[in-house]
Design a protein around this ligand. Structure first.
Ligand SMILES: [Zn+2]
Length: 417
């Protein structure tokens, strides 16, 4: 049930306009790959482990429904369920999608307190993301130091916009001062990890100071966290600092770049998994947009389920070093277990995807992928073949390993193929 206070935030007239404007097929399509069927659409249900398309979208009635698990409803209730958000949050999401202005009025102190904590954290991230981008593109320090850093790495201005890249200044209190000066709620910035809380007389401070910023968007396009990369080389400090988990950020459930990639994934019916933020951006820049990154964490089941909403076909790209191969081997069984169809690709000469694509045209990259992508059986066999030459005992291990992968496939039909 919605509390009265959260309803007050959007007036009745605007609410009705949003409800009247949102089209079910259009809304669902942002999350589920739909195929036309009769006068409606079908797709894999995003709310249960759906093997065959059970999710029906009926534009004439402006509703959707899964005939297997029963989930579905109007555009608003679909968004509430898939984003796990409130009624008002769903309305705001749809307003943003359809460019419907939501008249904002000054909130009273009481309303501010009652406003949902989640919304406050989203707002903090939104404010910070804008601040970081302004610092990158308009401050002297950003233009002198951070923008050239991106330029040297081949990141162009279009990608800076698409991925909302930014810069957190050297001043350890740059964002903290901005938050104070604008009267934003400091606690929300602490809760999202943007600021360290003031402590024993020491004032609050920025987490990401003197780093370039990669915002992490959820599938609906809201900023849930940040990655901050140092521009210094060979330093003792961590290369990346990432947001801690919060009520809006669970890193095992987010994939970097999915928001920007989801339409391309659905259209091409394939996703590509890479490791890093810059890999995703580099691929986009050559025109390959169906790319996501796990950003340093091992692939999780939740991430695969998220990806599967858009396509069951996935190409896993990794650099040929030992860590890369190990990561790929770990991912294979998990992907198979979630019913994904996998191809694997090792890049030559230990290059990462960023280096690889920046030297090639889109056609060259696509041709290389087409020629070298392997199914998991071929991939594993080849990997072990080299080692087996020196150690025949490995043959048993290879067989066991491959059988284990096959056993992970849930659909017996696919085991045969
Ligand atoms: Zn279902």
């Amino acid at each position: 049930m919605q509390s009265k206070s959260s309803r007050q935030m959007i007036d009745e007239q605007t609410k009705q306009l949003i409800i009247d404007t949102a089209r079910i097929d259009d809304v669902v399509q942002d999350f589920v790959h739909l195929r036309r069927k009769g006068s409606g659409f079908v797709g894999l249900c995003p709310f249960h482990k759906d093997r065959h398309p059970s999710f029906i979208v009926t534009p004439s009635k402006n509703i959707c429904k899964c005939f297997a698990c029963g989930a579905g409803g109007t555009p608003v209730s679909f968004i509430m369920k898939i984003q796990n958000c409130s009624f008002v949050e769903a309305l705001r999401y749809l307003a943003q999608k359809y460019n419907i202005p939501v008249p904002e009025r000054e909130m009273t102190e009481e309303e501010q307190e009652r406003q949902s904590e989640r919304e406050a954290l989203y707002l903090a991230n939104e404010v910070a993301a804008k601040f970081f981008t302004e610092q990158l593109l308009s401050s002297e320090e950003g233009l002198d130091i951070a923008l050239p850093y991106f330029t040297q790495r081949g990141v162009r201005s279009e990608a800076i916009q698409t991925f909302g890249l930014g810069y957190s200044p050297n001043d350890r209190r740059a964002l903290a001062k901005y938050v104070e000066a604008h009267g934003y709620d400091m606690e929300s910035f602490v809760a999202t990890g943007l600021l360290y809380a003031s402590n024993e007389g020491r004032p609050s401070a920025d987490r990401y100071h003197e780093r370039v910023i990669f915002p992490i968007y959820n599938v609906g396009g809201r900023v849930v966290g940040f990655g901050g990369r140092t521009m210094r080389k060979a330093d003792k400090i961590a290369k990346y600092i990432n947001s801690p988990e919060s009520i809006i950020y669970d890193k095992s459930r987010e994939l970097y770049g999915l928001y920007q990639a989801k339409r391309a994934i659905a259209r091409l019916d394939q996703s590509i998994i890479v490791e890093g933020y810059l890999d995703v951006i580099a691929m986009h820049q050559v025109g390959i947009e169906n790319v996501v990154a796990t950003s340093g964490t091992a692939l999780t089941e939740s991430q695969i389920q998220l990806l599967r909403r858009f396509s069951r076909n996935v190409l896993v790209l990794f650099d040929g070093d030992e860590a890369g191969v190990k990561a790929a081997l770990r991912s294979i069984d998990m992907l198979l277990g979630e019913g994904m169809q996998i191809k694997l690709l090792v890049l030559p000469d230990g290059e990462d995807p960023d280096e690889f694509v920046s030297k090639r045209s889109r056609t060259e990259v696509e041709e290389y992928f087409a020629a070298h992508a392997q199914d998991f059986l071929t991939f594993k066999s080849q990997l072990y073949a080299q080692q087996m030459a020196s150690d025949p005992q490995l043959k048993t291990q290879l067989m066991r390993d491959i059988l284990q992968s096959i056993a992970a496939i849930p659909d017996s039909l696919e085991r045969v193929v």
